[in-house]
Design a protein around this ligand. Structure first.
Ligand code: UDP
Length: 334
């Protein structure tokens, strides 16, 4: 039996595939390669190129392969873009998941682990955020992820599909071996942008707002190492295999760093100057997101060992130095 990884050519999905194969699992990947990279595909995984919204395509994969469970990463995930193009997000994230659940119900596949986000909380009332915090997304990205969670809830009631939703905080870093890493086009995430500035591929980093109600005025986020994040997926899969009930877990570090603090830490790790300039706030950004991941530790047995700002920056920096053009061998990455 195989694990079906949807979005297995993307940044987080490719890390999942590598760790699943390291753990001795058989893996089938589906990816439309819209944002994923074929260079990130694992040679031992079976790959189908296609879109999860195409029901005949998706059904054919389930019919050809013997799928035990699904890990679902195939979604758009940029807060800023989601504000500009909300319908794109509802189409890919919500409708894509609807088609997936329909095929899973038809094909009798009963286990799914999928990526949700801290963006479901909006501006939290209490920090660190627990799973019981109210969910009031401030942007379409968070809204689509919350809708995916609700759809999974009702599909689990009706069709017996068990799910684990992992609400990611800010994922960064890379596998230590350095063969895969973060390569978004265009890049919008803070850590790769800081490191591209360190590599002088950008003149500077723009700080999106320095007038938030935080100690230094810049937004506070909780950064989690991608390898620890994927460990949580493997544990969630085992939890479902052991008969665990559908549930939702925060995956973060329980520690907040401001944008300015991350830039400062990156200067120390890289030894580079990294010019930062203050800019406007980005629409849809909450000021502070810090997780309580106690539930994931207690219920799933999650034990993050790489999640600290320095280690995340060191591993991301190693990938960026070795792959200054991302997965391109040469040329200029946007
Ligand atoms: N950010 C920034 N400059 C950038 C990119 C991001 O100041 O060029 C800030 C952003 O406003 C947020 C934090 O860095 O407070 C993390 O943003 P990112 O896009 O990496 O992740 P998000 O929190 O949106 O998932």
């Amino acid at each position: 039996m195989s694990i079906l990884v949807l979005g297995g050519a993307g940044y987080i999905g490719s890390h999942a595939v590598h760790q699943l194969i390291d753990a001795g699992e058989q893996v089938v990947i589906v990816d439309n390669l819209e944002t994923g990279h074929k260079e990130a595909l694992h040679p031992k995984a079976t790959f189908y190129q296609g879109d999860i919204r195409k029901i005949d395509f998706l059904r054919s994969v389930f019919q050809k392969e013997s799928i035990e469970s699904v890990i679902h990463f195939a979604a758009n995930s940029l807060v800023g873009e989601s504000v500009e193009k909300p319908l794109k997000y509802f189409d890919n994230n919500v409708y894509g998941t609807q088609v997936l659940l329909q095929v899973m119900a038809e094909q009798n596949v009963k286990q799914i682990v999928f990526s949700s986000t801290a963006a479901v909380y909006g501006e939290p009332k209490v920090v660190p955020i627990q799973e019981s915090e109210q969910t009031k997304p401030l942007n379409p990205y968070g809204e689509t992820k919350l809708t995916m969670e609700k759809m999974c809830h009702w599909a689990s009631q009706a069709h017996g599909i068990k799910y684990v939703s992992l609400r990611y905080f800010n994922v960064a870093g890379a596998r230590e071996s350095g063969e895969i890493g973060e390569d978004h086009r265009p890049e919008t995430h803070l850590i790769p942008i800081i490191l591209e500035a360190a590599l002088e591929k950008r003149s500077h980093v723009t700080i999106f707002g320095d007038d938030y109600h935080t100690p230094d005025g810049t937004c506070i986020r909780d950064y989690v190492h991608v390898v620890d994040l994927i460990d949580a997926h493997l544990l969630a899969l085992q939890y479902l295999r052991d008969g665990g009930d559908s549930d939702v877990f925060n995956i973060g570090s329980n520690q907040g760093f401001s944008v300015k603090e991350m830039i400062h830490a990156a200067r120390e790790v890289t030894g580079k100057e990294i010019i930062a300039k203050n800019g406007e706030r980005r629409i849809g950004d909450p000021s502070t997101l810090v997780a309580s991941s106690t539930k994931a530790k207690e219920v799933l047995g999650w034990n993050p060992t790489k999640t600290n700002a320095r280690k995340i920056l060191e591993d991301a920096w190693r990938w960026h130095v070795a792959h200054p053009y991302g997965y391109d061998k040469e040329g200029i990455k946007e």
